[in-house]
Design a protein around this ligand. Structure first.
Ligand code: GLU
Length: 445
């Protein structure tokens, strides 16, 4: 059977590169194995979730080229979750609990202080009917926990290999909140079963959820052997900090606004934390060949913006005009010609910079002239037209001979006069793009 995988973000914030990596890995897994990639919005948290974030997720994934074949929203499945809840209650796997968050916190701290693991003591299962009655009169609303059966929970992790948990060392998870709404742990398992998911690939932060979800999956009628799990170490920031702390700079939205090419992100994330070397690829399909979950290491890889920008440059430097055209169009730069693109791409850090270079070459600028006699000499030595790729060399050789200047002393005043700027693409290329007429005009001071 072909695999069915899903990316299941909660629309409670902006996606960052860590989320993008989970989406990408699932998408590549599906592509590599002729599977189906599903997008599911885990949007049952009405308080923290928002439509704006949901739209943001669609926009980000589309931008990355990570396209789903099926789409679901958990908020459409609330009735189904309720049915499952009723069934679990009937078979005695759910029990009401009345502890307040403060009481739970107190218990946890006490256990930790005694050097014991903070496992929930199931005291709500042993409430006397008087206590229960009292809570009801106080109008305390219960939350509900799933009763974990004792025994070992095992699975063969796609990335880690064999995993084993002892159910007695886990707390019975809360599945239903005080307001009656199901917690992600439950809704996710119900959907994984209903959507016939075969492989759940996500971050290491979900490992203990997996142990619980395997029991839950079975309790609601699934066969755990049908569902495979893979967990990858979470990506950290450059100092090893959690990515959510740096959301300002590593959200997909901000990287897009900064001018990063989506394939720089995909190329980087496909290799980050693996034994593959980082390669700049233009297509997702090109990343499929090297993709293998077994290649992911156990340590948390560190995400570097510098590496990302270097990949971005690499992509731009060899990008065909055909590929660049729609990107230029989206930036209102449709006027950039193929020859200008080919001349300048090797100097681009961000694609939008080419718009500025176009203006420098084709619109009026204010030449910066610091040494008038030198510029006039330069003007008098301009080679005859037509100009070609050797013109700059010829011109500066003649100027060097005449003035004895070399290096920065020779080149800087020419760049300032012709572009009005200290830095920019190679002068050899700029000179041709500016052309004889404008060059003479800029040197006529
Ligand atoms: N909504 C969950 C999250 O964003 C999904 C985790 C999973 O893949 O099951 O963490």
């Amino acid at each position: 059977m072909s695999p069915r995988v899903r990316f299941a973000p909660s629309p409670t914030g902006l996606l960052h590169v860590g989320n993008a990596r989970t989406a990408l890995v699932n998408c590549l897994y599906a592509k590599k194995n002729n599977g189906i990639f599903i997008l599911r919005l885990d949007d049952t948290d009405a308080e923290r979730g928002s439509e704006t974030y949901a739209e943001g997720i669609h926009q980000d994934l589309k931008w990355l080229g990570i396209i789903h074949q099926e789409y679901y929203r958990q908020s459409d499945h609330l009735e189904r979750y309720q049915n499952v809840i009723n069934k679990l209650e009937q078979v005695g796997r759910l029990y009401p609990c009345y502890e307040t968050p403060e009481e739970l916190d107190f218990k946890r701290k006490r256990l930790l202080a005694q050097g014991r693991p903070p496992i929930y003591d199931r005291s709500s299962r042993n409430l006397s009917s008087e206590q229960m009655e009292k809570y009801m009169q106080e109008n305390r609303k219960p939350h509900w926990r799933f009763f974990l059966n004792p025994g070992k929970i095992t699975w063969d992790d796609l990335a880690h290999g064999p995993m084993e948990f002892d159910a007695e060392k886990l707390s019975d998870p809360i599945l239903i909140r005080e307001d009656g709404s199901p917690v992600y742990t439950l809704s996710s398992v119900v959907d994984d079963l209903d959507m016939k998911i075969t492989h759940v690939i996500r971050g290491n932060d979900h490992i203990s959820n997996t142990a619980i979800q395997i029991q839950l999956y079975e309790a609601i009628g699934g066969t755990p052997a049908d569902l495979h799990f893979g967990h990858l170490p979470l990506i950290a920031g450059e100092q090893g900090e959690s990515l959510s702390k740096r959301l300002g700079s590593i959200s997909l939205q901000s990287l897009r606004e900064e001018g990063i090419d989506p394939m720089a992100i995909n190329s980087y994330l496909a290799s980050l934390g693996t034994s593959n070397e980082v390669k700049a690829s233009y297509y997702l399909e090109a990343l499929v060949t090297d993709f293998d979950l077994k290649k992911f290491g156990q340590a948390s890889p560190k995400f570097s913006l510098d590496v990302l920008w270097r990949l971005n440059e690499k992509l731009l430097h060899n990008m065909s005009f055909e590929m660049a055209r729609p990107k230029l169009h989206a930036l209102n730069l449709s006027h950039i010609t193929e020859s200008f693109w080919n001349a300048m791409r090797g100097n681009l850090k961000k694609i939008k910079d080419i718009g500025h270079y176009w203006s420098v070459c084709n619109e009026s600028i204010t030449p910066v002239i610091e040494d008038r006699p030198f510029i006039l000499t330069a003007k008098s030595l301009l080679p005859d037209t037509p100009w070609d790729e050797f013109t700059w060399q010829k011109w500066t050789d003649a100027l060097k001979e005449q003035t004895g200047r070399q290096g920065k002393e020779l080149f800087r005043p020419l760049r300032l006069a012709l572009t009005g700027e200290e830095h920019g693409p190679e002068m050899k290329k700029l000179l041709l793009a500016i052309g004889p007429e404008k060059t003479i005009e800029r040197l006529s001071v």
